[in-house]
Design a protein around this ligand. Structure first.
Ligand SMILES: C[S@@+](CC[C@H](N)C(=O)[O-])C[C@H]1O[C@@H](n2cnc3c(N)ncnc32)[C@H](O)[C@@H]1O
Length: 397
């Protein structure tokens, strides 16, 4: 336990962070939230001994399996009554009552469900969110590759995943499959639907921050609207655009943006896509061939490169380059950019999740070097008031 002076100092930081955030919660930036979270965690840590902190840290991997068990056996499902006892939950799920109590203990102390009496519980916001089938199937799909990371890294003598594109990825080793992450996802319709729903949900949350959605994160119309002379010209190609939720949002808020708008994703993904009105859909594997849509003003890659190693990322860019018209086409990359220091835990964790595919969340310095090596010049980097940054780049002269 820290001294009174240390506790006071942390509490003062916590209060400052709280005051900033509570002044106008709707305008709070991810940085404001991260500062409050970091001060809150610091305070919790300061109230415990170093051994207690170390023990809690080292045993946190017991929480995730309890979440999986709760999902698999039905504890996370919607309950017939608002408040349920462990006995009633045992009857509902078929799990032994003593086991229900143990699982629920870990979950309630982690904020999942609320314990309203002895061995009596009710759902709360976190348990309801975690019950979403899409959330559960995505978590299940992502887990083996990450859990197996220590063995993978030991076996590869601690090479950075992705640094050798010919080595199997942590995802492939953890799941004992030759399939890449997206090939495996395509073969598992439950996981694919869950994954797409998560992508859509994250877009909805991000969009909710801006009255004009993505149209506010970059001035699409101002930057290249005047280059589109007729309806045959291509305005935007959303490469790896999943169900078109991002492109649909962009064009909804920019009714004046002329030209064709094209959604591309893997052929097996676009097969089941009903794109929003005004969008053409094209099946295209960006690792396997040259970009088929030539001369677009903008090739948009949102949350694409974080899934890929530098080597594969360069392949994607080099497959795009021949389709681009110099002085007319640009690429726009939208994804989180890792701060050079004091990174919040969330992007740091997502970075590790991405490592299982050989991908990563790059810092600005890494982006500049990566794009330069792939033959691109950065035109601008626009940080947005969300966790996404927009990087605009054009072919090098
Ligand atoms: C993380 S998701 C991003 C989806 C969307 N851009 C967004 O921001 O919500 C990555 C997308 O890349 C697609 N993808 C993966 N491998 C691909 C490939 N080889 N060619 C084309 N698209 C691919 C996936 O199907 C998925 O929809």
């Amino acid at each position: 336990m820290s001294s009174k002076a240390e506790l006071d100092a942390i509490f003062a930081r916590l209060t400052t962070a709280y005051n900033t955030l509570s002044a106008d919660p709707k305008k709070a930036t991810p940085k404001d939230k991260a500062q409050l979270k970091s001060a809150a965690l610091e305070l919790i840590s300061a109230t415990q001994t170093p051994h207690e902190n170390a023990f809690a840290f080292a045993t946190q991997n017991s929480v995730y399996p309890c979440y999986r068990v709760a999902g698999d056996c039905g504890l996370l499902a919607k309950w017939p009554k608002e408040v349920m006892s462990a006995g009633e939950l045992a009857e509902l799920t078929g799990a032994e009552e003593r086991l229900v109590v143990r699982i629920m203990r870990v979950l309630t102390s982690s904020g999942v469900f609320t314990e309203v009496g002895e061995a009596t519980y009710k759902h709360n916001t976190l348990s309801t969110t975690l019950s979403n089938p899409g959330f559960l199937s995505t978590a299940k799909f992502l887990n083996p590759g990450i859990s197996n990371l220590p063995e993978y890294l030991a076996a590869t003598s601690y090479r950075n995943p992705g640094s050798n594109p010919d080595t199997a990825t942590p995802f492939q080793c953890g799941n004992n499959t030759p399939l890449t992450f997206y090939q495996a996802l395509a073969a598992d319709s439950k996981a694919r639907n869950g994954f797409d729903a998560q992508m859509k949900q994250s877009v909805l949350m991000e969009r909710a921050r801006f009255p004009k959605g993505f149209a506010e994160t970059y001035d699409f119309e101002g930057e290249f609207g005047s280059l589109i002379k007729g309806e045959e010209d291509v305005a935007i190609v959303d490469v790896g655009g999943s169900g078109g939720h991002v492109l649909g949002d962009i064009i909804k808020h920019l009714p004046g943006l002329k030209g064709r708008k094209v959604l591309e994703d893997l052929p097996e993904t676009v097969e089941s896509v009903t794109a929003p009105d005004g969008i053409e859909v094209v099946g295209y594997n960006f690792l396997e061939g040259i970009q088929p849509i030539k001369g677009a003003a903008c090739y948009l890659f949102r949350q694409v490169f974080l899934n890929w190693s530098d080597a594969k990322g360069k392949q994607i860019l080099q497959n795009t380059l021949p389709a681009m018209t110099r002085g007319h086409s640009r690429i726009l990359i939208m994804e989180p950019v890792m701060p050079p220091m004091k990174a919040p835990l969330m992007p740091a964790m997502i970075d590790i999740v991405m490592s299982q595919m050989g991908g990563q969340i790059r810092t600005e310095k890494m982006w500049r070097a990566f794009l330069d090596e792939a033959g691109f010049e950065v035109v601008k980097i626009v940080p947005s008031n969300s966790n996404q940054t927009v990087i605009e780049a054009v072919p090098k002269k």
